[in-house]
Design a protein around this ligand. Structure first.
Ligand code: NAD
Ligand code: LMR
Length: 340
């Protein structure tokens, strides 16, 4: 009967409501650098994420406008903008996940390491505030050079006595996003089903895509194809920097990648099983203290750092070749944090 049907519908509605409130706990996400090229589209994407209940947008300028704009979107997250250092504490208090895309981007001809002198200090300052106001938050580091900014963050947290290696992540998702896109294009397979692990670090040859483990596997690609795909993935950032010709680096694809990674962290926190992403973390996978590899995410951040799996000879060579540069970048970050 109509009555029964509407009663069933009502019950189903109630079940869905109670299910969703139980399965989506309140989660505060803070974006530091939220008025920037990455920060703005990332703020948009986080506002669209139903796992976020509170979205805190911080920058040294411009965040009131971004927050007012994004805040009008009719999704769950309540948005607040914070501007200037005296509002940083308020922006961070209670945060579950802090995403950091603050700092200067590259111009043509620059390496990511050329950003060190400016960005190291910015990251150090922001991490000092995180240690004070939300020491238990998961930190997603986007600011370059990631190979050094993550070690800087670790040192700042160690000094403050708040370091938890399970909660500090260098965001390398854009390398995975690129590897998937380029592989799908060359192998002529639908990109939606493609997966490619990318390990190492996040600069030039330290970015090591493992196309031998790409799925779906293909025998359409020869050694020359793999070499070309590897080089294009390693130089993906430079490709965008050159195309933008002085107007900065990747922002839209980075915002997408940052949103994918933050979503994975939130799912992990919420107890969703088998959430695995490649990310740059404290690691024993190689002799280097930090390394990007597949990581299983859970309620406490890192649940398990996964190994590299079987490598092709080409990948083994790439792994050995990247170690000296990655080691030097890590040490540079640690030294900076200890001396400043
Ligand atoms: P941008 O210049 O457009 O934006 C940076 C923002 O940071 C600005 O709004 C600026 O006001 C803000 N900022 C500066 N100092 C700050 C501070 N102390 N506190 C808070 N905010 C501060 O640059 P962008 O294109 O958004 O890039 C940001 C960073 O992300 C760069 O370092 C870039 O190299 C890096 N990046 C990383 C990846 C990656 O894959 N990890 C990808 C792309 C870009
Ligand atoms: C990227 O990979 O796009 C970023 O690291 C930005 C850059 O400088 O290339």
């Amino acid at each position: 009967s109509i009555l029964l049907r509407s009663a069933l519908k009502r019950d189903a509605g109630r079940a869905i409501r109670s299910f969703s409130s139980e399965s989506t706990p309140a989660r505060k996400v803070a974006v530091l650098g939220a008025a920037g090229g990455i920060g703005q589209p990332l703020a948009l994407l986080m506002k669209l994420n139903p796992l976020v209940s509170s979205l805190s947008l911080y920058d040294i300028a411009g965040t009131p406008g971004v927050a007012a704009d994004v805040g009008h979107i009719n999704t769950r997250a309540v948005v607040a903008g914070f501007v200037g250092e005296d509002q940083l504490g308020e922006a961070l208090k209670g945060a579950d996940v802090v995403i950091i895309p603050a700092g200067v981007p590259r111009k043509p001809g620059m390496t990511r390491d050329d950003l060190f002198n400016i960005n190291a200090g910015i990251v150090k300052g922001l991490c000092t505030a995180i240690a004070k106001y939300c020491p238990e938050a998961i930190v997603n580091m986007i600011s370059n050079p990631v190979n050094s900014t993550v070690p800087i963050a670790a040192e700042v947290f160690k000094k403050a006595g708040t370091y938890d290696e399970k909660k500090l992540f260098g965001v390398t998702t854009l390398d995975v996003v690129r590897a998937k896109t380029f592989y799908a294009g060359r192998a002529k397979v639908p990109v939606e089903g493609v997966n490619v692990p990318v390990v190492g670090g996040h600069a030039g040859i330290t970015i090591l895509p493992l196309f031998s483990q790409a799925t779906p596997a293909t025998n359409a690609l020869g050694a020359e194809d793999i070499k070309a795909l590897t080089k294009r993935t390693q130089e993906g950032g430079t490709e965008v920097v050159e195309a933008k010709a002085g107007k900065g680096s990747a922002t839209l694809s980075m915002a997408y990648a940052g949103a994918v990674f933050a979503d994975a962290c939130l799912k992990g926190l919420n107890g969703v099983p088998d959430v695995v992403e490649c990310t740059f973390v404290q690691s024993t996978v190689t002799e280097l203290p930090f390394f990007a590899s597949k990581v299983r995410l859970g309620k406490n951040g890192v649940e398990e750092v996964l190994g590299l799996g079987p490598l092709s000879d080409f990948e083994k060579e790439g792994l050995e070749a990247l170690k000296p540069e990655l080691k030097a970048s890590i040490e540079k970050g640690i030294k900076f944090a200890r001396e400043n």
